[in-house]
Write a protein that binds this ligand. Structure first.
Ligand SMILES: C[S@@+](CC[C@H](N)C(=O)[O-])C[C@H]1O[C@@H](n2cnc3c(N)ncnc32)[C@H](O)[C@@H]1O
Length: 359
């Protein structure tokens, strides 16, 4: 059972994911490089592209559109484009978006669309059938939440430069690091089976560096707003203590570790073409710095955080009474905090990215 059901649905993620779109756009030249080098099958055979963690699809379709445009520079053979996500994802919206894009002529002739529901920590397509796989803003979601409580915060954070009052137990650090490592190895094992020799795997997700942690701002404001609700009697302390986002933000070294260490089964499966940690602009922060509209900033920031966190928050705070009111109240509290102290929760989007070749 995956630790998340996906993003907030009904088109909400699509409407509140400009930061993720900005991260995809920032890696346009990586996409071009991947397509330029991938091995093409025999001319009558389709080139298969698999996107992992496509959510409702607006951003994934943008990414796939860029890949298709690059592929069409190289070949006019059929292109099979496959979108995948957890079975609980809002696939209705994904299919609606695909149909809209098709009708608008956004896909070249000979592009075939498909979708797979299933976890990327398991096999998704037959062995040796994929020429390019992409995974944006998704592999930081763990397969399962480690069974070590993190009662004093809403998620696990790497224990460097801790905020005063926030301690990370060595047990939590070890358990989260181990889970993230196991998940990544499993992910890479599955992709190693699916990709043909020479195929490309482009991975990009929010991550940490030795100097900076990604998403301190959003995690802090979510945590502080929960504590406000506890103090006001709107949320039971146990609900807050239960809430732990099942995420792990890897460093470049952690992303590459399975490919480099003797004891990992995927050690020789991939060559590293390119790897980097880069900071990408968060549109609502850029806009706020330019125009100073704090209400727009607080609204967009809250929407962005809500789009990714609400399903997990709702499950953790699932109280017998007043659940809907509590969740609404929580995100309203987040917005109020951002309005009152916009700089305190300033958000950094650090993307840890790697382009790999299947050996
Ligand atoms: C933040 S969205 C990213 C969507 C899109 N790739 C983008 O960059 O905008 C993360 C997606 O990863 C999916 N996800 C999380 N864990 C997954 C898993 N184990 N298998 C497949 N998808 C998963 C979530 O359901 C969600 O749709």
């Amino acid at each position: 059972m995956p630790a998340t059901t996906g993003m907030k649905g009904a088109g909400y993620y699509d409407r509140h994911s400009t930061a993720q779109l900005s991260s995809i756009q920032a890696l346009q030249d990586w996409v071009e490089g991947a397509v330029a080098d991938l091995p093409l099958p025999a001319p009558a055979q389709p080139v298969t592209v698999l996107d992992l963690g496509s959510s409702e699809g607006r951003n994934a379709i943008h990414l796939m559109g860029a890949i298709v445009a690059e592929l069409r520079r190289r070949t006019d053979q059929p292109l099979q484009t496959i979108y995948s996500d957890l079975a609980s994802n809002n696939f209705n919206q994904l299919f609606a978006n695909l149909e809209e894009a098709r009708r608008a002529g956004r896909f070249a002739a000979g592009v075939y669309l498909g979708a797979v529901g299933g976890s990327f920590y398991g096999p998704l397509l037959p062995p040796g059938t994929v020429h390019l796989a992409t995974c944006f803003n998704a592999i930081h979601w763990l397969d399962r939440l480690p069974a070590v409580p993190v009662p004093d915060f809403v998620g696990y954070r790497r224990p460097h430069s801790p905020r005063p009052g926030l301690a990370v137990s060595p047990e939590a650090a070890a358990a989260f690091t181990r889970q993230a490592e196991q998940d990544l190895v499993r992910f890479l094992e599955c992709r190693a089976r699916e990709l043909v020799p020479g195929a490309k795997l482009l991975l990009a997700s929010p991550g940490d560096t030795d100097e900076a942690r990604v998403f301190d701002g959003p995690l802090d404001v979510l945590n502080d707003a929960c504590l406000d609700l506890v103090a006001a009697g709107r949320l039971e302390r146990e609900g807050y203590e239960r809430l732990t986002l099942p995420c792990y933000f890897r460093t470049v070294a952690e992303l590459l570790a399975p490919l480099e260490r003797e004891d990992f089964p995927v050690r020789s499966a991939f060559a590293v073409d390119r790897v980097e940690a880069l900071e990408v602009p968060t549109p609502f922060l850029v806009e706020f710095r330019r125009g100073g509209d704090v209400a727009a900033y607080a609204g967009a920031y809250t929407g962005s955080l809500r789009a990714v966190s609400e399903p997990v928050v709702r499950a953790a705070l699932n109280q017998p009474k007043g659940e809907v009111g509590t969740v609404e109240c929580l995100y309203e509290r987040i917005r109020a905090r951002l309005l009152a102290e916009p700089e305190r929760y300033s958000c950094r989007y650090i993307l840890v990215a790697a382009l790999l070749t299947r050996r």
